[in-house]
Write a new protein. Structure first.
Length: 293
């Protein structure tokens, strides 16, 4: 495994690479997380594909500049990373924010995308006819104020990595949100602030910058341009939402080749951490179907 950094648009982007003489898969992690989320998934793909796992700008061990957190800008980083690593085209497996970047890449750089796996996001808009709700402008403003308060409240600091791990485990284990994969990702994402405190969240300016844009994305405009096969993996609970089904069915109407699968018990983003083998089997089957056609 190669563990390295590449200068991408003036930002040091951290990545892991698992070399292989064959097609490439780029795994794009969920937002405010890191490449460590794929630790349980990699073993099912290693030795079958060349694997590249980046930390986006503002995430993981990559630099954390104060700007350029639109999905198109972060997608552009991935394109430059591909050029630096001599990747002509790739399959993209994206979770949540990673799904949004995958859609952006396939729509704007169609020659770079062999296929997409979309999980956790980019299956609906936030608002509007293809959103999960269609509130008035006044209601939107109130909802966004609440959302931003939650974002700011999520930035918590600890006196030591040990204290952080202890408190997080005590909080999440009783709720069933703790296993070896979550432990690994939590340890990987600990960073020390200039003040000597420790946190596991991305800096506030990263989350605020992205979340201010998040509600404005219109994914139908991206799907209109996508020509590559797409596998959608909505969570079991997500798929119970009629508005999500309506939005996803509309987005699929623009695609010539798309499929939907569900992982039993799967939930937004965390499905890869709790069901890595099941998720991997679905993705490998999808990729084999593409090879066979």
């Amino acid at each position: 495994m190669i563990d390295d950094f590449v200068d991408v648009n003036g930002v040091n982007i951290h990545y892991h690479e698992y070399p292989y003489d064959g097609e490439t898969i780029i795994f794009l992690h969920f937002g405010f997380s890191s490449l460590a989320m794929w630790n349980g998934v990699v073993p099912f793909f290693e030795g079958k594909y060349r694997l590249i796992l980046p930390d986006y700008r503002g995430h993981g061990l990559s630099d954390k500049p104060k700007s350029s957190y639109h999905i198109d800008e972060m997608a552009d980083d991935i394109i430059v990373l591909m050029e630096k690593l001599n990747v002509e085209k790739a399959h993209f497996v994206g979770s949540s924010l990673g799904a949004e970047l995958s859609v952006s890449i396939a729509a704007r750089y169609p020659q770079k995308a062999l296929s997409l796996v979309i999980e956790g996001s980019a299956m609906n808009n936030v608002y509007g006819p293809y959103g999960l709700s269609n509130p008035s402008e006044e209601e939107k403003e109130k909802e966004q104020e609440v959302m931003m308060k939650r974002v700011r409240a999520s930035e918590v600091f600890y006196d030591s990595p040990e204290e952080m791990m202890k408190i997080l485990r005590e909080n999440y284990e009783p709720k069933g949100f703790w296993n070896d994969h979550i432990k690994i990702i939590t340890e990987y994402e600990i960073y020390e602030t200039p003040e000597g405190k420790y946190s596991g969240t991305v800096p506030l300016w990263v989350s605020e910058s992205y979340m201010k844009l998040y509600t404005k994305f219109k994914f139908e405009e991206y799907y209109k341009e996508i020509k590559t096969p797409v596998l959608f993996m909505p969570g079991e609970r997500e798929w119970e939402n009629d508005r999500l089904q309506n939005a996803l069915n509309h987005f699929r109407s623009y695609l010539s080749d798309s499929k939907i699968v569900h992982v039993k018990g799967g939930m937004h983003a965390y499905v890869w951490l709790f069901f890595p083998e099941e998720c991997s089997k679905y993705v490998l089957h999808f990729l084999q179907q593409i090879k066979d056609t």
